[in-house]
Design a binder for this molecule. Structure first.
Ligand code: SF4
Length: 160
């Protein structure tokens, strides 16, 4: 969550981005080795992961009788147990970095209902401010870059 676009109170009320159905499980945060070690060492020693060789995904339990998965790091009363140390994908939410024909683009997730009410120019300004950090992360962690998904508005394209 980007605090320049979303207040902690707004996110605490919503938490849509911390729950997934089977269609959008691909949106669960990518967990780097360093993040994996911090989760086990500092936040949740019994967390299970899917090991994808160069990164991990959090194992989540499906809710009974409904196609819904809450993130395993979500405390329903307090929010993300990682606080400001949450995975990179979650820290830049609702922005995402994607690959469009070999070019990195920063896109806006259409899922976040709160940020949709912000002026587009404000969102683009934040994307521009964060672009160096986001593109550096994408280059250091290429597995974290998703293929461009149609319908995700492009806020910024990488200068080559
Ligand atoms: S890691 Fe934290 S912020 Fe990210 S989806 Fe899970 S609970 Fe939400």
């Amino acid at each position: 969550m980007i605090t320049k676009l979303l207040s902690r109170e707004e996110c605490a009320e919503c938490r849509l981005c911390c729950s997934f159905d089977s269609y959008d499980l691909w949106e669960t945060p990518v967990i780097t080795q360093q993040c994996h070690d911090r989760i086990l060492g500092e936040f949740k020693p019994d967390q299970d992961f899917l090991d994808l060789d160069d990164h991990y995904l959090l194992k989540m339990q499906q809710e009974p009788d409904i196609d819904l998965y809450y993130c395993s790091l979500l405390d329903h009363d307090k929010g993300c147990i990682m606080g400001t140390e949450k995975p990179f994908d979650c820290r830049i939410w609702p922005l995402r970095v994607m690959d469009l024909h070999g070019m990195l683009v920063i896109v806006l997730s259409p899922v976040c209902p709160t940020v949709q009410k912000r002026p587009l120019c404000d969102i683009q300004a934040v994307a521009k401010e964060l672009a160096p950090e986001i593109f550096a992360y994408a280059k250091a962690h290429p597995y974290a870059v998703k293929k461009y998904v149609r319908g995700y508005p492009i806020m910024l394209t990488e200068d080559k």
